[in-house]
Design a protein around this ligand. Structure first.
Ligand code: AMP
Length: 282
């Protein structure tokens, strides 16, 4: 049975009120649509452990750095609905921008520190847009649990910090990255790669995993990263915005005995790809 599509906040609130009155646990999966198996894995996780599952689809204009990128972001509403239909979702909330940000909207949620390096440095204002919309979506859905992909590792840490700092009554559930057979992390942006670019793109996760393996087995970090950069360049990538080993939770410098994360953002075919992998320091 297809999930009811709710464009209006009033309708969502009415459904949520009833579910809460019945003591049901509500899970939310926030997305920007153009759904793929990565998103669906989050929905399945939510379905397994919540009484009610809300998927939100909202291409959030405030988290884009350029009007062109926003305009070019894929919008595939019919196929999104078809993909969600068999999964037993209770509501698909698809608000329009005027509902989320009416002209009077004046509030920005900003998470300092953790939002600043890496993605934050290369996409100014991006995480303010994310933190603001996520706060709005939590308030609109009143969800008890929210499912986020590790694919967007820094975003996951920013949202975790936000929820702790603002004492929001929602539990963040991290979900592993889903990859294509050749290792490329699924992303709505992959659709924009040319067939040749799509074939070259697998070099990014391959280089990332190899660098992680080398660091774990004692190769000096700078040496492992330099060889990963060379592999990525040889594969035909353009600019690598960052390839950095960071503390997994704070995204500050790595610390002994703490989980680390290797994160990358690189351009191929005019498409910006990001990825990350866990590293256990030797
Ligand atoms: P987006 O629609 O790109 O905003 O992503 C919505 C959610 O799906 C975010 O929590 C992403 O981290 C998650 N997500 C996107 N791609 C993947 C993937 N390949 N594996 C797991 N989660 C993903």
């Amino acid at each position: 049975m297809s999930a009811p599509i709710l464009p209006d906040l009033a309708d969502l609130r009415a459904a949520v009120r009833q579910w809460k009155a019945d003591g049901q646990v509500i899970g939310v999966v926030p997305t920007m649509g153009a759904l793929h198996d990565g998103h669906l894995s989050l929905v399945r996780r939510a379905r397994e452990s919540c009484d009610r599952v809300i998927v939100t689809i909202f291409v959030n204009p405030r988290q884009f750095n350029s009007a062109e990128d926003f305009a070019r972001y894929p919008r595939t509403e019919d196929s999104d609905a078809a993909l969600l239909a068999p999964l037993g979702v209770d509501a698909v909330f698809v608000p329009d921008a005027a509902q989320v940000y009416p002209p009077s909207h004046a509030t920005v949620v900003s998470v300092s520190g953790i939002s600043e390096p890496l993605e934050g440095a290369h996409r100014p204002g991006h995480f303010d847009g994310v933190a603001t919309v996520v706060t709005l979506l939590f308030n609109m859905t009143q969800a008890d649990r929210a499912y986020f992909g590790e694919k967007d590792w820094q975003q996951l840490q920013v949202v975790t910090r936000l929820v702790q700092d603002l004492k929001l009554p929602v539990e963040i559930i991290p979900c592993p990255s889903i990859r294509a057979d050749d290792g490329l992390a699924l992303s709505s942006r992959n659709q924009r790669l040319t067939p040749q670019g799509r074939a070259q793109a697998a070099a990014l996760p391959a280089a990332l995993f190899e660098a992680a393996r080398q660091i774990e087995s004692g190769t000096p970090e700078q040496q492992a990263l330099a060889s990963a950069l060379a592999t990525i360049a040889d594969a035909g990538f353009g600019e690598v915005e960052y390839l950095e080993l960071r503390d997994a939770a704070t995204l500050g410098p790595v610390l002994p005995d703490r989980p680390a994360r290797l994160l990358v953002a690189a351009w191929l075919d005019g498409v910006r790809l990001i990825d990350n992998v866990g590293v256990t320091l030797p």
